[in-house]
Write a protein that binds this ligand. Structure first.
Ligand code: 0WE
Length: 256
């Protein structure tokens, strides 16, 4: 363990689909800082993969959670309560849009693709916050992952842009609702990382090359760096920060 920053605290981490997922790095970082973790997996076929991370964390409980279903979210939080009667927060690291809507012209985006992207990538934060708050009886922190494609046009990010804009706005509205209960809500806006989901994107490596030569820090960012910022936002070090979007992007947002 590095510090006891999260000692005695308990968190749910969503979105750890494989070892390159940002959520995987976040779960490990929470463990390093003394926090307890429950991992969620989307469906039975992903259970085995997530169990490797669970073992790494010394047997973190695993719970099935399909954020596309209110019923699944409610059941999952009921299950979390069996392991963690008091919850100090959760990490939302989930996004999805149909592959065909992540290429070509944004103007061609289908109604169904737009709705799905918003449902899975944005509304899911609201659904989770509503259920999780009943366990967050001593306050706590919620952190979600976003991307600068929400406020600037990134070729091919397309339908995910409005979905992330919606997510960031939801962060502010949730912060206002849950603040009186001592619950903070923030987002980390990560620079591009070659996760399994991202690597399927056309010319992703060209984008990484451009950032490497143009960001203020002249490099890209790692999942571990995103995870460290997430630990900060989950910890009491950030106790006066809520409704915020923190860019962990080697300065790209300011200079490119
Ligand atoms: O938010 C994301 C990606 C989220 C994502 C990725 C996929 C790929 C596979 C959502 N849905 C899908 N659906 C699939 O079928 N990022 C921030 C990573 C990302 O994705 C991009 C990027 C970056 C950066 C897509 C186009 C351009 C840049």
């Amino acid at each position: 363990m590095m510090t006891g920053l999260l000692e005695g605290k308990s968190f749910v981490v969503t979105g750890a689909a494989n070892s390159r997922s940002i959520a995987w790095a976040v779960a490990r970082a929470i463990g390093r800082h003394g926090g307890a973790v429950v991992l969620t997996y989307q469906a039975e076929r992903l259970r085995r993969r997530v169990s490797r991370l669970s073992e790494e964390l010394g047997g973190a409980p695993m719970i099935e959670l399909d954020v596309g279903s209110d019923e699944s979210v409610r059941r999952a939080i009921d299950e979390v309560a069996e392991h963690m009667p008091v919850l100090d927060g959760f990490v939302h690291s989930i996004a999805w849009a149909p592959a065909e809507d992540l290429q070509g012209d944004f103007v061609e985006t289908s109604r169904a693709g737009f709705a799905q992207a918003n449902d899975i990538s944005s509304y899911s934060l609201v659904a989770m916050a509503r259920e999780a708050r009943r366990l967050m009886t001593r306050g706590g922190a919620i952190v979600t992952m976003t991307y600068a494609g929400s406020w600037r046009v990134v070729p091919n990010y397309n339908v995910m842009g409005p979905a992330k804009a919606s997510l960031e706005s939801a962060v502010r509205y949730l912060a206002a609702d849950l603040g009186p209960a001592g619950i903070r809500v923030n987002a980390v806006s990560a620079g591009p990382i070659a996760t399994v989901a991202a690597r399927t994107v056309k010319d992703f490596s060209g984008m990484l090359d451009l950032l490497e030569s143009h960001t203020p820090l002249r490099r890209n960012v790692t999942s571990d760096e995103v995870a460290d910022a997430t630990v900060f936002l989950l910890s009491d070090l950030s106790r006066a920060i809520t409704g915020e979007v923190v860019h962990v992007d080697a300065g790209a947002h300011a200079a490119i």
